[in-house]
Design a protein around this ligand. Structure first.
Ligand code: A2P
Length: 347
């Protein structure tokens, strides 16, 4: 029974409970039987009073501005960077430990940036900032594969292109893709909605995710470099990325070219990747033998296929990965952080 009278189960708050990641957090709490003593669902004043169900019980959504974080032990934040910047430190000051799904604190030296399959040791003690950051949605599946590759062959460079789904922009992003697709099918030359994604994402691909930096890279591309270095603890790791939005509702994909210090044996690479926790290798060349956002399978696994060591350069190889960005890239990673904290007694 996830709602438990046990004194050791945490009292939790979900900030952004009505959003795409918040809704996925609720699903995962139910599916995984995550134990809690109390649960509070928090969103903007617009949603206050709305009823949501968790584990068969109905809860009223509370407004963030008036929520008292001294009533909870653990708060999950997934309501956007500006909300976290303002409210996560306030929640910590009131005594809660925060797991933050946004970009707000990821590069803060006092805040660990954690993918439990890679660097769970960061959770052995309570962080100085009181916040544990959940990494970027494309970074999480990538570092889960880069870790064993770095340890075995040493990475010289990783060149990555992402194919990112509309759900990265939450409910509004998914709704806009659906509506823009419908409008374009009815009138191919008309104006389709283009607010969340500009130009419109319907029947399009957009090589631009998040804001543009002076360097010419986007913030999303910079996050993938900086966060990979921090999570893996390899400060000079050479990862370079082009982040692309594609008209897929949910599930990010990535094509990664990884060049190592040593020659890579393909069979050993396949075995190594298949041995990683919650990773599925699709090692067949036939159609259907590679993962796609629609067909990959278990949404709680990172799916990898198209594994090709380059004949002209056997230090380098290509991987194609697919992972559910709302789960692996956000809510599941956050729940796995909470589970690891519970196991360690550091909550
Ligand atoms: P609300 O539904 O009340 O707007 P998504 O990622 O799907 O866009 O969802 C964003 C989540 O963040 C929603 O739960 C949304 O609540 C919440 N949110 C957005 N802005 C605020 C805010 N200023 N204060 C509290 N919650 C917010």
């Amino acid at each position: 029974m996830p709602l438990t009278p046990s004194d050791t189960a945490p009292r939790i708050a979900l900030v952004g409970a009505t959003g795409a990641v918040g809704t996925t957090l609720i699903e995962l709490i139910e599916e995984r039987g995550f134990p809690y003593r109390e649960i509070h669902l928090v969103a903007s004043a617009r949603s206050a009073g709305r009823e949501l169900t968790v584990d068969g019980r109905s809860y009223r959504v509370a407004a963030l501005d008036t929520f008292d974080f001294s009533t909870v032990d653990l708060a999950f934040f997934s309501a956007g960077g500006s909300v976290s910047r303002k409210w996560a430190p306030a929640a910590v000051a009131q005594g809660a430990l925060v797991i933050d799904n946004t970009n707000a604190f990821r590069m803060d030296p006092a805040t660990p940036l954690v993918v439990p399959q890679v660097n769970a040791h960061e959770l052995d003690r309570r962080p100085d900032s009181g916040i544990i950051a959940n990494p970027n949605c494309s970074t999480i599946p990538l570092v889960r594969l880069l870790r064993p590759i770095e340890d075995r062959w040493g990475i010289r460079q990783a060149v990555v292109s992402t194919y990112q789904a509309a759900s990265g922009r939450g409910h509004a992003g998914m709704a806009e893709l659906r509506e823009a697709t419908r409008v374009t099918l009815e009138n191919p030359t008309g104006d389709a909605p283009a607010e969340e994604f500009t130009p419109t994402l319907a029947f399009n691909v957009i090589p631009f995710v998040d804001e543009l930096l002076e360097s010419g890279f986007t913030l999303e591309e910079q996050k993938m470099l900086q966060e990979s270095r921090k999570i893996l603890g390899v400060p000079h790791l050479d990862v370079t990325t082009t982040c692309v939005r594609v008209p897929v509702v949910n599930c990010h994909s990535e094509a990664a070219w990884i060049e190592c210090a040593d020659v890579v044996d393909r069979d050993e690479l396949v075995r190594l990747l298949a041995a990683q926790p919650e990773v599925t290798v699709h090692d067949r060349d036939a159609i259907g033998g590679f993962p796609t956002p629609r067909t990959a399978g278990d949404p709680d696994h990172v799916h990898v296929g198209r594994i090709r060591v380059a004949p002209h350069n056997p230090r380098g190889f290509w991987l194609w990965l697919v992972s559910d960005n709302l789960r692996i890239g956000a809510a599941l990673n956050a729940i796995q952080i909470a589970e690891a904290l519970t196991e360690r007694g550091t909550l």
